[in-house]
Design a binder for this molecule. Structure first.
Ligand code: CA
Length: 422
């Protein structure tokens, strides 16, 4: 079932061979979408988590505390009835649920909120960037890109807004396009002019592409640089080759230039040894990037990126225990196909979720919460599934300016709300 996404060499390698020659720097990872996996989801209750935080430990202590030392003083109902302690005060449980926000859109690979609250999002196969604002979906897309739309993990794969979007309204996209007989990936940007896109300009071009493992989950870090995860595009050995863009996370300036402090001077490469990535997010305190990575038939990973780090693929998956490689923080076997990530910084969910890392998965439609610890935030204190969508893989995750967490799927956009049940 879940294996479809994970096979290192799926069947459609024609394009991969054709594009194998593409060089340059990056290109990303992503989206994968075996519909078969969805079908196998089983039903999945909409919630999951019984968020009984620190509260309701009611039981052990309560009995003694209740006693009745203040005897006569109280003229009141000291009465008989059941001692207050005994009343099993119904312990409220808080569960997280997903409520639909935008429906009728497809394959939402990326969500990006502008400072004014507008939600920009992608539709992978249509190649459209669309806007949701004040509860309304704009009927016309901002742009429609000429994407390759007949491959399982290709198309419009990523979206990011310039870190100073209010003054520099650049929209960045990562997409697969056709050139001659080849498919390629590209990072491009366009200025937003009113409701429409201005001229498209190339940021990084001629990245290799394939039917799967294209990467593409681009995002600006707190350093105001653009991080561009590029999957191995089914050329697994390329992930270990420093001069090939596949199997890397690249880090570039907003114009595509190489930052002076990149780990390999003159190169866009930030980390290497990756298979395929569908999500990246930056810790709100440390500013460091975390990615989700899809393993072959085992070992999906959550990784903390270290400049210049080698994440092992294809020599190792999971924990290598080898100083040459950076081990993942978490692994998942069997595969879940982890996708979008966000650190929750809103105020609409209970406090136990504040600052936690959330990521979605495609195979089971689950939203995972990870509590990190240690000075470097490189240890996993706790992890759990906090909700599960019914038959709908999660693809993208983002914080909304309204304090909620948003999820993009193959069928629409949801937001995560906390619901108290008894
Ligand atoms: Ca790895």
């Amino acid at each position: 079932m879940d294996t479809t996404h994970g096979l290192p060499f799926p069947t459609q390698t024609r394009e991969a061979e054709q594009t194998a020659s593409a060089y340059r720097f990056l290109h990303g990872a992503l989206l994968h979408g075996p519909s078969a996996a969805i079908a196998s989801l089983g039903l999945a209750a909409v919630l999951a988590f019984s968020a009984c935080g620190p509260t309701p430990t009611a039981s052990p202590t309560a009995p003694q505390a209740t006693v009745t030392p203040q005897t006569a003083a109280s003229p009141t109902p000291t009465s008989t009835a059941a001692p207050p302690s005994a009343t099993p005060t119904p312990t409220p449980q808080i569960v997280l649920r997903a409520e639909p926000v935008v429906q009728g859109v497809e394959w939402v690979t990326a969500l990006a909120f502008a400072p004014d609250g507008r939600l920009f999002f992608t539709e992978r196969l249509k190649g459209t960037v669309r806007v949701f604002q004040d509860g309304q979906l704009s009927p016309e897309p901002v742009v429609q890109l000429p994407v390759v739309s007949n491959l399982p993990e290709a198309g419009l794969l990523g979206l990011a807004l310039h870190p100073d979007f209010s003054n520099a309204p650049w929209v960045y996209v990562y997409y697969t396009y056709r050139q001659g007989q080849s498919n390629l990936n590209q990072v491009a940007r366009f200025p937003l002019e009113g409701q429409q896109a201005g001229p498209l300009g190339v940021v990084l071009d001629k990245l290799p592409a394939a039917g799967i493992h294209n990467g593409g989950a681009i995002a600006f870090g707190p350093d105001r640089l653009l991080y561009v995860p590029v999957g191995d595009t089914t050329q697994r050995d390329a992930a270990q080759a420093p001069v090939q863009p596949a199997g890397k996370v690249h880090r570039v300036r907003p114009d595509g230039g190489v930052p002076d402090d990149n780990p390999f001077p003159g190169s866009t490469v930030y980390t290497l040894g990756h298979r395929n990535m569908f999500g990246i997010a930056f810790h709100p305190q440390t500013g460091r990037p975390y990615i989700t990575e899809n393993g072959p038939n085992v070992d999906d990973e959550l990784n903390l990126l270290r400049p210049g780090g080698n994440y092992g693929w294809p020599r190792f998956t999971g924990v290598a225990n080898d100083p040459r490689y950076v081990d993942p923080l978490l692994t998942y076997t069997p595969n879940i196909a982890p996708t979008g990530i966000a650190f929750y910084t809103g105020d609409k969910l209970p406090p136990q979720y504040s600052g936690r890392l959330f990521f979605g998965d495609y195979n089971t439609g689950s939203l995972h919460m990870v509590e990190l610890g240690g000075p470097a935030q490189d240890q996993v204190v706790r992890q759990e599934v906090v909700l599960r969508l019914l038959g709908e893989g999660i693809i993208s995750v983002a914080n909304g300016p309204d304090g909620y967490l948003y999820l993009g799927t193959r069928r629409g956009i949801h937001r995560v709300v906390a619901v108290e049940i008894r």
